[in-house]
Design a protein around this ligand. Structure first.
Ligand SMILES: [Zn+2]
Length: 76
């Protein structure tokens, strides 16, 4: 379960919360107002590791391993 960092715009309180991936938000434990989720570690890592091929180039061969080599089950 990922750990999310939240920042409350109402009272400027910062806190961490363990949540499932599909959780939409959290309330500030200090003032009980809805807090904003900060950028997660996972999101910043995937953004910097952008290795996708140019979309205007030729398409990669389908079923030849592709992005996952069949490990994730997205292939045929
Ligand atoms: Zn607050």
């Amino acid at each position: 379960m990922p750990l999310y960092e939240y920042h409350c715009p109402t009272c400027n309180h910062k806190f961490d919360k363990l949540q499932s991936m599909n959780a939409t938000g959290a309330d500030c434990p200090n003032c009980e107002q809805p807090a904003k989720r900060a950028i997660s570690v996972f999101a910043s890592v995937s953004k910097s590791g952008d290795g996708m091929p140019n979309s205007t180039g030729p398409l990669p061969p389908m079923g030849g391993g592709g992005c996952c080599g069949g490990g994730c089950g997205c292939g045929p």
